[in-house]
Design a protein around this ligand. Structure first.
Ligand code: FAD
Length: 834
């Protein structure tokens, strides 16, 4: 009868024990675990903290009792192996229940001790509200602390996969989250430009993050910790998560005189055997030559640990038959709405290792473009320039990322090439993919590069290149070009290239780009076939260039906030004398809750004004809104009207403001000299009848009306079309009046977008989008403006010139001349011309 000892009772250890028993019913199997739990779901821990996984028991996949009952494994929790005596094949164990030690002998010893979170010697790092996340006990501590103290402000140090998962889950609990990362990017396995996509997404989620900045000190101040950064910046928080990285637990093995690999992990051969033939290692602590670089590497992932366990158990029972081939670190994480995945080698590692490679980025629809909701998957492939052998891939998107990274990982694992990607036969129906999946497309695009059909330039090569020698050609439409372009680029849209080819110089390096790289490729092919030789297409297009060259971090978004003793987050700086009044909840004689969720600007602020008008001084209003812009609007509105913003809180994307009506409620702040009455009204001259401009006019006017001051809209020339009735009475007009009538928009519902109107398609899309985003239509905004008492004046002169009659205009619109406008402007401190 064989006797197996196993150190570590989670991914590697527990799986080995289970498989051993299935293969050998007679063996004696003892599993030591120094913690209280075995076989738990470490990967689920962040989601339990965030409350996404609700039941703690769901994390505990097995217990010592269930393991004993089902597998007859002797599980010894709270038993730590403190020494391995390889000469006499025994281990020394400390029973943490009794504090006594004992010796246990083995025939074969399996070591799966995992990796421990790094805790650098930063002053103050041992404060009790600084947590790491490795096991159920750590998670219990965080969860209990959150339940008891309801922290509001979190700092996550380290932006790896676990750090970001923790950031998301704390944010999910309603905390303001700041991430501090020493590197220039989040998620180290990604290349910079792919991480840049994640940075921009984090910004959209109101997460503060500092890149290229480390923590120099943690300093306790009552219930808070002052996190001092190397840049000198200070961040206050009431919970800190340390997620700087992990290091393999190798002390036991090292002290036993067993060989470690150059990278510090436990060195094993292809049978997972250490330098001692009776001792085997697996999981996070074990180092194995990487299938691509051949260098010893640790893989900190659950999948490889579980599969190594099965292979190891097979070999232990059946003899060394199966060989381990190494892991390529295929990993995936949810970062708010995004899915981010990587496999194999990143470009930056290959560069360091001096391995020749080509990298290329494509964007492909997650499913057929004609089926609703197709969002892009951004795929970066890294491959050999000679034979197309795949080295690595990174994918970011909303859906379908998991299956695509797995397809590519499978090919990499088998030593495959980009040509294998071209041939993958995938399941296709419109809701799931396209006839050519983005993975096939990535393979085709890579093939075009290797075969010389196109040369590519990477975003950083272009960014750092000498502009004088380049002719940068933007082949997008003029509308796209106007929305943003690379400095110095010349716009000739793809379909016009053949006609305007003379404008493209032959003596310069031609760098072509489009939105995502596809039209750029078409343009490159035209030019190359017309005799241009020095032609490059920007890989990943303008999209990646814009992401990578834009601002990456998101600093100081919570700068003007502080946590008061009542636990609420307050805007502004804490003034000692004001503090007690602000926190005195007895002031709130009557708190009224209004729910403006789903409404978008300027809806919430109008609702706020309406409800505040109903309050008595001293009463408080609690307003709940999903529009992130409301945070700034509410502050500005209170400033303008003299009301007091008590707090703004956010929870799961919902913002709650508490505002107290002041005695001078709805009275703007006083002028410094009390004798001077400064004008406070607002005037807008609306000249244009572009739909977007009309919308902007109404949004500003409605917002301005909430301050309690008079707002006047003065419509001239084309602007008159905005205030025409949709069902107009028949009126007599002269010839020119009839002509203008035919050429102009009939009413607000017929207006067109100023850009990207695309024969009316653009304005239709805009209306649909507004509807889906619950933004009021233009017609509704006009009605709201009228209901809010906004004065609408039609310019008499313009009406005469354009042949518009008073009967055609909306009821309530007044007709006035320039004097009316000037009189109103005189009383205004804001006068806009739209
Ligand atoms: P572990 O599972 O960590 O088990 C090692 C055990 O050994 C520990 O319980 C430890 O207490 C015990 N031990 C150590 N020394 C001794 C000793 N001397 N005596 C007795 N017992 C000892 N991977 C993924 O692939 N996907 C994910 O989404 C993912 N998310 C994660 C989230 C978190 C929060 C964490 C912490 C890890 C995550 N991982 C994820 C990584 C994954 O959990 C690990 O790669 C995997 O658990 C490694 O297995 P292991 O057996 O090597 O170590």
């Amino acid at each position: 009868m064989k006797k197996y000892l196993i150190i570590g009772g989670v991914a590697g250890g527990a799986t080995t024990a289970a498989r051993l028993r299935r293969l050998d019913e007679s063996a004696e199997i003892i599993m030591f675990e120094r913690g209280e739990h075995i076989s738990y779901a470490n990967c689920g821990l962040p989601y339990y903290v965030g409350g996404v996984i609700k039941e703690r028991e769901n994390l505990l996949l097995q217990t010592p009792e269930s393991f004993k009952a089902r597998l007859n494994v002797d599980v010894r929790v709270k038993n730590e192996v403190i020494k391995i005596n390889k000469e006499d094949k025994t281990v020394e164990v400390l029973d943490l229940n009794t504090n006594e030690t004992y010796i246990e002998s083995y025939d074969k010893l399996v070591v799966s001790p995992g990796a421990e979170p790094v805790r650098p010697p930063i002053p103050g790092i041992n404060e009790d509200i600084i947590f790491t996340v490795r096991n159920v006990k750590d998670t219990d501590k965080i969860k209990n602390y959150c339940n008891k103290h309801q922290p509001k402000k979190a700092v996550v140090v380290g932006a790896g996969f676990i750090g970001l998962e923790m950031a998301e889950n704390l944010h999910h609990l309603g905390m303001m989250v700041t991430i501090v990362e020493m590197a220039e990017q989040v998620m180290a396995p990604l290349d910079y430009e792919m991480a840049a996509v994640v940075h921009q997404h984090l910004k959209s989620k109101d997460v503060e993050f500092f890149l290229k900045d480390g923590v120099s000190e943690f300093k306790r101040e009552n219930n808070l910790i002052n996190v001092r950064l190397q840049s000198g910046r200070n961040i206050q928080a009431d919970i800190i998560i340390l997620s700087i990285g992990v290091r393999p637990e190798t002390k036991l093995i090292r002290e036993a005189g067993i060989e470690l690999a150059p990278n510090g992990g436990i060195k094993v051969n292809e049978y997972l055997q250490t330098s001692d033939e009776h001792i085997f290692a697996l999981g996070d602590a074990m180092a194995f030559p990487h299938p691509i670089t051949g260098k010893y590497t640790n893989t900190y992932l659950a999948g490889p640990a579980n599969k190594q366990a099965r292979l190891l158990a097979n070999n232990l029972v059946l003899g060394n038959k199966q060989t381990y081939k190494g892991a390529i670190a295929t990993a995936i994480a949810k970062v708010f709405d995004l899915t981010v995945a990587s496999t194999g080698m990143a470009e930056k590692i290959l560069k360091k290792e001096n391995i020749d490679y080509i990298s290329n980025i494509i964007h492909g629809g997650e499913h057929a473009g004609y089926y609703p909701g197709a969002l892009p998957n951004t795929i970066k492939l890294i491959f050999s320039p000679t034979d197309g052998k795949l080295f690595g891939a990174q994918i970011i998107g909303y859906n379908g990322v998991d299956k695509r990274i797995d397809m590519i990982a499978t090919v990499i694992q088998k030593g495959g090439t980009i040509y294998d990607l071209q041939e993958i036969e995938h399941a296709y129906a419109p809701p799931y993919s396209s006839a050519k999946d983005p993975v096939n497309q990535a393979g085709f695009s890579a093939g075009n590069i290797i075969e010389g059909l196109v040369k590519i330039i990477l975003w950083d090569e272009l960014y750092n290149s000498h502009a004088a020698n380049n002719f940068i050609l933007d082949v997008r439409t003029p509308d796209e070009f106007e929305l943003g372009a690379i400095e110095g680029a010349v716009n000739i849209e793809l379909d016009a290239i053949r006609e305007r080819i003379d404008e493209i110089p032959k003596n310069k390096k031609i760098i072509i780009y489009c939105g995502v790289g596809l039209r750029g490729y078409f343009a490159a092919r035209i030019l190359m076939q017309k005799g241009y030789t020095d032609v490059y297409n920007l890989s990943g297009g303008y999209k990646i260039y814009e992401y990578a060259t834009g601002k990456q971090s998101n600093e100081d978004i919570f700068e003007s906030s502080y946590i008061a003793q009542d636990g609420y987050i307050y805007r502004g700086t804490m003034k000692k004398e004001e503090k007690s009044a602000e926190e005195d909840t007895t002031i709130a004689v009557k708190a009224i809750e209004i729910d403006a969720c789903g409404l978008q600007c300027p809806g919430p602020i109008i609702k706020l004004k309406q409800e505040m008008d109903k309050l008595e001084p001293g009463q408080r209003l609690k307003q709940t809104v999903t529009d992130a812009g409301f945070v700034k609007d509410a502050e500005a509105w209170c400033k303008m009207t003299g009301n007091k913003l008590i707090s703004i809180d956010s929870n799961k994307g919902i913002y709650t403001a508490i505002i107290e009506k002041q005695a001078s409620g709805s009275t703007p702040q006083k002028a410094t000299d009390s004798n001077i009455q400064l004008p406070k009204n607002k005037t807008l001259v609306v000249f244009s009848d572009d739909m977007d401009r009309a919308l902007a006019s109404m949004v500003i006017a409605n917002g301005a009306a909430t301050t309690g001051h008079k707002v006047t809209l003065f419509f001239t020339f084309w602007g008159l079309n905005i205030i025409k009735k949709s069902n107009k009475p028949k009126v007599e007009k002269d010839f020119m009046g009839k002509m203008f009538g035919k050429m102009m928009a009939g009413s607000a519902s017929d207006l067109k977008l100023s850009k990207m109107n695309m024969m009316g398609l653009g304005s239709k899309m805009m209306k649909k989008r507004m509807l889906s985003k619950k933004v009021d239509s233009l017609e509704d905004l006009i009605q709201t403006a009228m209901d809010n008492g906004i004065e609408m004046i039609a310019c008499q002169m313009s009406m005469d010139v354009m042949g518009v009659t008073a009967e055609e205009l909306l009821d309530g619109v007044k007709i006035g001349g320039v004097a009316t406008y000037l009189a109103e402007a005189e009383e205004s401190n804001l006068n806009l011309f739209i």
